[in-house]
Unconditional design. Structure first.
Length: 427
């Protein structure tokens, strides 16, 4: 076999597998709706901090945006997962898409009227977080209903890649639109994206509750938490991500770094937000290689360690382009971690508990960065933005090292034996 043929075979083996998109029309609609809505969501995710910073010029105020959405996220994420296990998930997604669009309309109106009231922005962020905390567990719990278990790593890689592509397009689009036309245009894009998400959700089949589902409520939430507490390996996926996001996520500092350290503006902020996703998309293009790794626990730990190193070096970087490269490397590491953490959770969770466990997942994945915004904003206010970034990256490395020592079973986790064990137990 020639060298060119060997290289071609290696590239095809590493490239992302699109089998779930080819074989499942329903997964294609779910994938498309998420791709559309995520672009608008990411535009707003950048526009709101930019607007708060334009009004107050305070990194701490930008960090407090995360706190505004944290409590609704926790409460509605846990209860939203319970709802997702008790009702038709297609109907639930239609309701959450509609209500989230209403909040985006309010953001659009306040921008057009130029009210410049931070309290309105904080309230909108809180309400959006509440609805997103119900919508996301439902969408994630749908995936195992649409694709077979052996395709879950591939489906998760595709879904995560779509989200990360939105994290590139959304921030760049937000930076350009805000810089050229103001905040109103950014929020208008978000409104349009929710219309697209609603239209694709209509095409999904009926998705009734899975076997073992029970009525939504506190008892249902507690049942899900007890299930999680009895599975330390699954629990460690959440703890590892919290360590990475609380200490190592510097997004609240992007406006201050863009305007201060790099001497840029809204476009530079967009570049910083998008850099994570550039690396993540690059990683998901190697989804075939990611899917063939079975030591998922070790993969999570190594990925988060790589994230911590990249964030620490980003804090020390002196030029914008070096900083963007390091953020891209961090994003690639986070993508690999996210795929493995999602797969561990989906394999370990019975159909009737998928919504509740995905609710916990969303609380951690979305809540961790919000706490990270508060942590990094507070440290930056007390010291400097660069000090906040470097100290957070080092704290991430220390935390993940201690976790590896404390739970060696997580490092030994093998997806093949885990899937066989759960199948034998009827989970």
């Amino acid at each position: 076999m020639t060298l060119a043929a060997l290289i071609g075979r290696a590239v095809r083996a590493a490239a992302s597998d699109t089998t779930p998109l080819r074989e499942s029309a329903a997964f294609r609609w779910l994938f498309t709706g998420q791709a559309v809505s995520q672009v608008g969501t990411q535009v707003t995710r950048v526009a709101v901090p930019l607007q708060v910073y334009a009004i107050t010029r305070s990194s701490l105020d930008v960090g407090l945006i995360g706190l505004a959405g944290f409590l609704p996220l926790v409460v509605c994420g846990l209860y939203g997962g319970s709802i997702a296990d008790a009702v038709d998930r297609r109907k639930l997604v239609l309701v959450t898409s509609t209500t989230a669009m209403v909040v985006s309309v309010i953001l659009l109106v306040q921008a057009v009227l130029q009210t410049n009231r931070v309290s309105v922005l904080f309230a909108c962020v809180a309400v959006q977080a509440a609805f997103a905390a119900v919508d996301s567990p439902a969408r994630r719990a749908i995936i195992p209903q649409l694709v077979p278990a052996e395709q879950l790593p591939t489906a998760n890689t595709l879904a995560y890649g779509s989200m990360q592509l939105a994290l590139i397009v959304g921030p760049l689009l937000a930076g350009m639109v805000v810089g050229a036309g103001g905040f109103g245009w950014a929020y208008a894009i978000d409104v349009a994206s929710f219309v697209g998400a609603f239209c694709t959700a209509v095409r999904l089949p009926s998705l009734p509750p899975g076997a073992g589902a029970r009525r939504a409520g506190l008892a249902s939430v507690v049942e899900g938490l007890r299930f999680l507490a009895a599975r330390p390996v699954v629990l460690m996926t959440f703890v590892a991500d919290l360590i990475a996001m609380i200490f190592g996520a510097p997004t609240a500092l992007f406006p201050a770094l863009a305007y201060g350290q790099y001497g840029g503006g809204a476009e530079t902020v967009g570049l910083l937000y998008a850099a994570f996703a550039v690396g993540a998309v690059a990683a998901t293009l190697l989804g075939g290689a990611i899917g063939r790794v079975h030591r998922h626990g070790l993969g999570v730990m190594l990925s988060i360690a790589a994230w911590g190193v990249a964030i620490t070096l980003f804090g020390l970087a002196s030029t914008l382009w070096l900083g963007l490269l390091l953020l891209a490397l961090a994003g690639a590491a986070d993508a690999v971690s996210a795929v493995y953490r999602s797969t561990i959770l989906q394999v370990a969770t019975p159909p009737g508990l998928q919504g509740r466990l995905q609710g916990v997942f969303i609380v951690v994945v979305a809540g961790g960065p919000r706490l990270g915004d508060l942590e990094s904003g507070a440290v930056a206010a007390a010291f400097t933005p660069r000090m906040s970034v470097v100290s957070g990256g080092l704290a991430c490395l220390a935390g993940i090292g201690l976790l590896a020592l404390a739970v060696p079973a997580f490092l030994r986790y093998d997806a093949r034996t885990a899937a066989a064990r759960h199948a034998a137990a009827g989970e």
